[in-house]
Design a binder for this molecule. Structure first.
Ligand code: FPP
Length: 272
């Protein structure tokens, strides 16, 4: 790419603060990322971290950070759907997030309800089906009702599935799978020695969803935090210091570009 095009891209980014065109984008460190040959993961998972710090940096209450994070989730859905990603899983509330102050937990629950009401038309226009993963039965009744309505209403949309991990914990998911299998053993339907990986998989929350190819975590943290423990066995990871509400198409393309360069061997040998 010529110096002129790089400078022109940088100029455009400064003017519009977004992707300059379909083929290239300039990252925050002014690196030009060619987006023309991006490999698109079938399943992208995102840990939407950094809302609280984003708000603190701006002198705002934490809830304002979550609100900005919800707004950004809508943007991410549109970007992913248009780029051909088939499954997008987002970590919205973990089984450990109940440890937060009551007012923050309450505000998050209200935000979930508001999100699905406010953005349903836009999600519908983008062909996005909504699904949920987690210990849904332990959520407040009004949230369970919204979840069930959203799943039913969006069931026929087929461009992309947005999977919201809510009251989700990877360990809890595996424990509940073990309980189901133990019950089958108790009933005589399964012998302990014949339990295979496929038996665990069919007892996970969403057995039909493929494992995530790429997991993105913004905000500078580099850990999984009980997210998709079983499914992440061969996922690629991409981390960034950016706080979730500021995660933009530039960062998505950087992540996809890094993913494109990865050599996924799944324990085998080099494939490219
Ligand atoms: C982690 O950041 C974020 C959460 C626990 C909540 C994520 C929820 C949203 C983005 C709201 C939108 C979701 C839906 C489904 C509408 P943090 O608060 O721990 O940030 P910090 O580490 O900076 O404190």
């Amino acid at each position: 790419m010529s110096i002129f095009r790089k400078i022109n891209s940088l100029f455009n980014l400064m003017r519009h603060n977004k992707t300059t065109n379909q083929d290239e984008v300039v990252s925050q460190n002014s690196k030009v990322v060619a987006a023309g040959h991006l490999e698109i993961p079938e399943h992208l998972a995102v840990i939407m971290d950094g809302n609280g710090r984003w708000a603190k940096q701006k002198g705002l209450p934490r809830q304002a950070g979550h609100r900005a994070g919800a707004e950004n989730l809508k943007n991410l859905c549109r970007m992913c759907g248009r780029r051909g990603i088939k499954y997008l899983t987002v970590y919205a509330f973990s089984t450990e997030n109940w440890r937060r102050p009551d007012d923050e937990v309450h505000a998050l629950m209200q935000l979930f309800v508001e999100f699905f009401h406010r953005y349903d038309r836009e999600l519908a226009a983008e062909g996005i089906r909504l699904r949920f993963s987690g210990d849904i039965g332990a959520l407040p009744d009004d949230i369970q009702k919204i979840i069930s309505e959203a799943e039913i209403e969006s069931a026929n949309r087929d461009k992309m599935q947005l999977i919201v991990a809510i009251n989700y914990g990877g360990r809890r998911e595996i424990v509940q799978a073990c309980r189901k299998i133990a019950e089958e053993v108790k009933q005589g339907a399964l012998a302990p020695g014949s339990i295979e990986e496929e038996d665990i998989v069919r007892c996970l929350y969403l057995p039909d969803v493929p494992d995530p190819d790429l997991i993105i975590r913004p905000s500078g943290e580099q850990r999984l935090s009980n997210f998709l423990l079983w499914q992440a066995a061969y996922s690629e990871f991409w981390y960034s210091d950016i706080m979730w509400p500021d995660f933009s198409e530039v960062h998505l393309i950087e992540a996809l570009s890094a993913y494109t360069d990865r050599d996924r061997r799944f324990g085998g040998i080099r494939t490219k």
